[in-house]
Design a protein around this ligand. Sequence first.
Ligand code: TMP
Length: 208
Amino acid sequence: MKEKGYFISFEGIDGSGKSTQIQKLARFLETLGFDVIITREPGGSVGAEEIRNLLLQGNVDRWSAETEILLFTAARRDHLERIILPAMEDDKIVICDRFTDSTRMYQGMRGPNLRNLVDMLNEKIINCDPDLTIVIDIDPQISLKRAKSRETVEERFEDFGVEMQLNMRHGFIELAKEFSNRIEVVNGQQSVDDLAKDICSIVKAKLS
Ligand code: TMP
């Protein structure tokens, strides 16, 4: 579906430091002369941001895993059509805070066969993988404190607790083995600047 541009996604458990690193990477790429857009999921387009509010607010049991998969996929399709693909067409570097790998983890791990459902919908409705995915690996005891200290109304997933975040951490590492052609795992427990250096050198090497 995409021939121009470059698509980078960031993944990791809640509070892993994605937003800070995305900003740093974007500034770095801009200094190299690239045209960069930063976007996020769920959300990124007007319609998908509306779906984000439905997904991230309210009680933990507001939606079943199946309904969540459909909502995340609908939001992603809109985001892809309206923001990601047009930016790639303009030869931009798209940096997206979360993409399909988050659905594979957060929804796909909630029951038997859910991962298959995510993959099936991804193939039929999305059909677009990032060129590169950076997974920031971090201990949930550290990251959850950071995530909860933000005090937003978007805490539905953070409210699932440490045990779920531990499963996610493990799941992301396994996913990196499954998609070793595009996923790179970085150590989120080093200083912000050291982590940024690691990420920038990975991306620079891929782009050259
Ligand atoms: P954020 O805090 O990184 O913006 O992500 C919002 C929450 O949404 C986070 O707890 C993970 C969750 N999420 C999913 O459960 N499935 C998905 O497909 C995506 C994109 C996010």
